[in-house]
Design a protein. Structure first.
Length: 330
């Protein structure tokens, strides 16, 4: 397909530290696949990071670097995709400001992630103007590249619905400037972390792409399994097993079905079952880790790659903003 006709895909990731298996299964694996089919923009959303880390903002730069090397490690390719930093493209801030003037306040007040974060995060004050506007900034990220599709996990579905509503409102008032972005939902189920809760950097339960084979093995070997399986002779329910969420993401279906059957009939032990997912993971991760190490040793190259991406992104963003200003009448 010619460059011009290719659909535009955009997605973003907050700089929260090292990428873990959840990032791989929920986002990066898909992003890799899209690189050859679409014109892809992938951004590290530094300002979104700041909205929740403003009291600890010095970590954002280091986290950004970690995310960048993880991206390059898994094979996101600056020759194919535009890899860039949100905060280097000031036009996102301008579009965010303009959108903020047309977004009705009740739309923001009913965003479930906002309420949820107020409840869950108690060690800092997220009841801020900027944090309320989080989905508006996300909408600006998407619209400024006229993205046709946004690959995200289930947890972002509402934000995408919000972005579409804002798009329709903008287009209705100012003319058809933006395509309505579609959601490319990733079907991967939520991965459990080492403690059985959802895998997340903030829970300290993550298995990182950059963990050594020994650490990966150790983390999974000590994970809790279905509590019904006290002894090897007790049948279990794979659907209730945190480890099996990893099987769903990293073991092929045929082998996985066989293991599930073995679990239900008490035909295999948990150690044996865990070893299958461990081996499969280590195979997947080995080439990533190798490539990652090369980039990690050349920080300057990594920042240069991002700078190149910034330039490409900026060009597109500037062009869009010219259109937007004209449509508004400035
Ligand atoms: N809110 C997203 C998350 O927490 C990150 C994000 C910011 C994003 N801007 C985006 C995702 C634009 C997709 C498109 O995961
Ligand atoms: Fe989990 Fe596998 Fe043990 Fe079943 S056999 S409880 S799926 S680790």
């Amino acid at each position: 397909m010619s460059e011009k006709k290719k659909k535009i895909v955009l997605s973003g990731m907050r700089p929260t530290g090292l990428c873990h298996l959840g990032h791989l299964a929920g986002a990066l694996r898909n992003w890799l696949k899209f690189q050859d089919q679409y014109k892809c923009f992938y951004t590290i959303v530094t300002w979104h990071g700041f909205s929740s880390e403003y009291q600890n903002s010095k970590v954002i730069k280091d986290y950004t670097f970690e995310v960048a090397v993880d991206w390059l490690g898994v094979g996101l390719d600056p020759e194919k995709s535009v890899l860039f930093l949100q905060s280097e493209i000031k036009e996102h801030a301008e579009l965010h400001l303009l959108l903020s003037m047309i977004v009705p306040l009740p739309w923001l007040q009913r965003v479930p992630t906002f309420k949820e974060m107020q409840r869950e995060i108690t060690d800092r004050d997220l009841n801020t103007y900027g944090f309320l506007g989080y989905p508006v900034l996300q909408t600006a990220d998407i619209l400024i590249y006229k993205a046709n599709a946004v690959p995200v996990g289930e947890d972002q579905a509402f934000h995408l619905e919000f972005a579409r509503e804002v798009t329709r409102r903008f287009n209705r008032i100012f003319g058809n400037i933006f395509p309505e972005p579609q959601t490319f939902l990733t079907e991967v189920p939520k991965l459990a972390g080492t403690d059985g809760r959802k895998m997340s950097n903030s829970y300290g339960n993550a298995i990182f792409l950059n963990d050594s084979p020994e650490v990966t093995r150790q983390k999974i070997s000590t994970m809790k399994t279905d509590t019904r399986r006290k002894r090897k002779t007790d049948p279990g329910v794979p659907e209730d097993c945190p480890v099996f969420t990893l099987h769903k993401a990293f073991v092929d279906k045929e082998k996985r079905d066989e293991l599930a059957e073995g679990c239900r009939k008490a035909g295999i032990g948990c150690l044996e079952c865990k070893n299958v997912v461990i081996e499969s993971l280590l195979n997947t991760l080995a080439p990533y880790r190798e490539r990652r190490n090369k980039f990690e040793k050349k920080p300057q190259l990594v920042w240069e790659i991002l700078e190149e991406g910034n330039k490409k992104a900026r060009q597109v963003a500037q062009k869009t903003m010219e259109e937007v200003r004209t449509a508004i009448g400035f």
